[in-house]
Ligand binder design. Structure first.
Ligand code: HEC
Ligand code: HEC
Ligand code: HEC
Ligand code: HEC
Ligand code: HEC
Ligand code: HEC
Ligand code: HEC
Ligand code: HEC
Ligand code: HEC
Ligand code: HEC
Length: 294
């Protein structure tokens, strides 16, 4: 699926706190102390919540609970009328997102265009404001379990003989993906150079090289590697390196027309292409990606 280039408008986002609460009628707000009189448990737990900082904003008006639940006067006057207070647990995904993005738009400008936003996976599918299971980021569960709850199809890939060590806790799904969406395909992050996410860690493959292997630039790392895991060493898409290379190179003149040079005689010698073409990601010294010492 092609991804539209949409420009973020940082001016609209701003820091969390630029909420609509400010614009609403102040007389409809009762303040968090009032909420606490009936919701003692929730209010107590809230002291360590990063959202408690909201109390310091807007001239210390104490708009914390109502920053998310909306003005509470009618709810309180009704003796706790559940119909008169916004409860994200009962709202639609879009209503929840709109509420949260009212403050978090700046950080997560791509969310509604992401697969999660479009798939009605709302903020509270992954985050829990009052009952979070993690020390950081108010998550419902630690990674990767959080992600596996829905992506059961992806889980077995990380148990393959060769895999990125996500289940072992050495890496996280969010090292490569941003669940809030990105400008790239498959919610993939990019490196600082706006290159593939992979080169952030595997810097030696990043180039630029004097002699590029064109396919690295055009199709990316996944032309040859399976990023989650595979049965093949080096996370390669094919069990046999030669089969991998011949996917693209078998129709090339050197293999099909004219006498096949001895070094390419597949029948005579099943040598891995990478024995000779060692610098397969690109080279500064050899057009044919031979070892720099040759
Ligand atoms: C006078 C006591 C009282 C005060 C003050 C009060 N609540 Fe409530 N609230 C209740 C009661 C009782 C319920 C349970 C209603 C039910 O389950 O029918 C409730 C339910 C809720 C719910 C869940 C609604 C739902 O859909 O089930 C939310 C959210 C809530 N309150 C938020 C707040 C907030 C925010 C404030 C402060 C602005 C506040 N409450 C102040 C008594 C109060
Ligand atoms: C950052 C947004 C946010 C703030 C701030 C917030 N809440 Fe909530 N509240 C939620 C969400 C989201 C839910 C739905 C349950 C969930 O996902 O955790 C909820 C649910 C509730 C409920 C219903 C509990 C239930 O089990 O269904 C009550 C009561 C409540 N909040 C009270 C409060 C009080 C009191 C405060 C202030 C001390 C407060 N909330 C501050 C987002 C917020
Ligand atoms: C599919 C799961 C998922 C959804 C949906 C989701 N988040 Fe997150 N969010 C995460 C994870 C995981 C992290 C921690 C990222 C990390 O560890 O790098 C996070 C981190 C954050 C942070 C901390 C800052 C940051 O980017 O690291 C904020 C704020 C946040 N999310 C807000 C939201 C809001 C607002 C929404 C809805 C518009 C939302 N999230 C939807 C999974 C999700
Ligand atoms: C009224 C503004 C406001 C609303 C609405 C709001 N937030 Fe926040 N949020 C904040 C502020 C302020 C912080 C603290 C930021 C900081 O520490 O720098 C915060 C922090 C967070 C964090 C923790 C960030 C971290 O680095 O760990 C998460 C996750 C988060 N919000 C998710 C949500 C979700 C989900 C909703 C909707 C249910 C929501 N927020 C609604 C203002 C808001
Ligand atoms: C090393 C980087 C990396 C890590 C870590 C990673 N992914 Fe991916 N993921 C990718 C790449 C690259 C793609 C795109 C594959 C493609 O287009 O062929 C992808 C694709 C996906 C897709 C799209 C499904 C598909 O087959 O197209 C899902 C869903 C996904 N990843 C979930 C996860 C989850 C969940 C985790 C953690 C358990 C995770 N990923 C960890 C790099 C990573
Ligand atoms: C509540 C369910 C749910 C959770 C939790 C969840 N996802 Fe998803 N995810 C979805 C749905 C639904 C889609 C869209 C349909 C699809 O592609 O399967 C999706 C799509 C994706 C895609 C494909 C993006 C694209 O543009 O095609 C990636 C990558 C992904 N999720 C990563 C993650 C990661 C990483 C986590 C954990 C931080 C996570 N998801 C948690 C439900 C979830
Ligand atoms: C956050 C850092 C990080 C990112 C991002 C990352 N990797 Fe890795 N990768 C590692 C680490 C660490 C190892 C080796 C440890 C292990 O076995 O998991 C590794 C191993 C590999 C290997 C196997 C190397 C060998 O010697 O067998 C390949 C191939 C690979 N990664 C390709 C990729 C590709 C392709 C991407 C992008 C989709 C990517 N990596 C993204 C950290 C990363
Ligand atoms: C044209 C196919 C192809 C592409 C595209 C490709 N690789 Fe590789 N990669 C290989 C092969 C083949 C090996 C194994 C080399 C060997 O066994 O000597 C390898 C090995 C690796 C290794 C293991 C260490 C090493 O250098 O031997 C890492 C890490 C790696 N690749 C990362 C990446 C990253 C990151 C990208 C994208 C920037 C990428 N690869 C693109 C074919 C490719
Ligand atoms: C997904 C397709 C693809 C795969 C797989 C692939 N290549 Fe390439 N390769 C290309 C393209 C495209 C070029 C640049 C066009 C050209 O010169 O033929 C290229 C160029 C080359 C060149 C330089 C040719 C020249 O004339 O300068 C060599 C050598 C080469 N590849 C070797 C390999 C080896 C070895 C493998 C397996 C590890 C491999 N390629 C896998 C697509 C691929
Ligand atoms: C024994 C060493 C060796 C092996 C093994 C090898 N090559 Fe080569 N390759 C060469 C030499 C030598 C050249 C020619 C360099 C020149 O023309 O100066 C070459 C050239 C190439 C070229 C560029 C040809 C052209 O004229 O455009 C491609 C593409 C290529 N090899 C792909 C492969 C593939 C794919 C494999 C594995 C199936 C492979 N090679 C195995 C030594 C080898």
């Amino acid at each position: 699926m092609a991804c539209a280039i949409v420009k973020a408008s940082p001016a609209e986002g701003g820091k969390p706190g630029a909420s609509e609460a400010k614009q609403a009628d102040p007389s409809q707000f009762v303040g968090s102390e009032t909420c606490a009189t009936c919701h003692e448990e929730v209010a107590k737990g809230f002291a360590t919540n990063p959202h408690a900082k909201m109390a310091e904003m807007h001239g210390k008006n104490g708009v914390t609970c109502e920053g998310c639940h909306g003005p509470g006067k009618d709810h309180v006057d009704g003796g706790g009328d559940a119909a008169k207070i916004f409860n994200p647990a009962k709202a639609t995904a879009k209503e929840v997102d709109a509420k949260c993005l009212g403050c978090h738009q700046g950080e997560h400008a791509n969310f509604e265009r992401s697969a999660h936003g479009e798939g009605n996976v709302s903020c509270v599918a992954c985050h829990s404001v009052h009952k979070s299971e993690t020390a950081e980021h108010l998550l419902r569960a630690e990674q990767p379990q959080l992600c596996y709850q829905c992506h059961t199809d992806v889980k077995p890939q990380f148990s393959m003989p060769f895999h990125h060590k996500v289940d072992e806790g050495l890496m996280k799904c969010t090292d490569c993906h941003n669940p809030h969406g990105t400008y790239g395909q498959k919610a993939l992050k990019s490196s600082a150079q706006q290159d593939a996410v992979c080169t952030k860690c595997h810097t030696e493959t990043a180039g630029p090289f004097v002699y590029e292997h064109a396919v690295v630039r055009t199709e990316g790392c996944t032309a040859c590697h399976s990023p989650h895991g595979t049965p093949n060493p080096r996370l390669l898409n094919r069990a046999d390196v030669n089969t991998l290379c011949m996917q693209c190179h078998s129709p090339s003149p050197n293999f099909t027309t004219g006498p096949i040079p001895t070094f390419h005689n597949q029948a005579a010698q099943y040598q891995a292409c990478t024995i000779c073409h060692t610098s397969v990601h690109g080279s500064n010294t050899s057009q044919y990606f031979f070892n720099s010492t040759e």
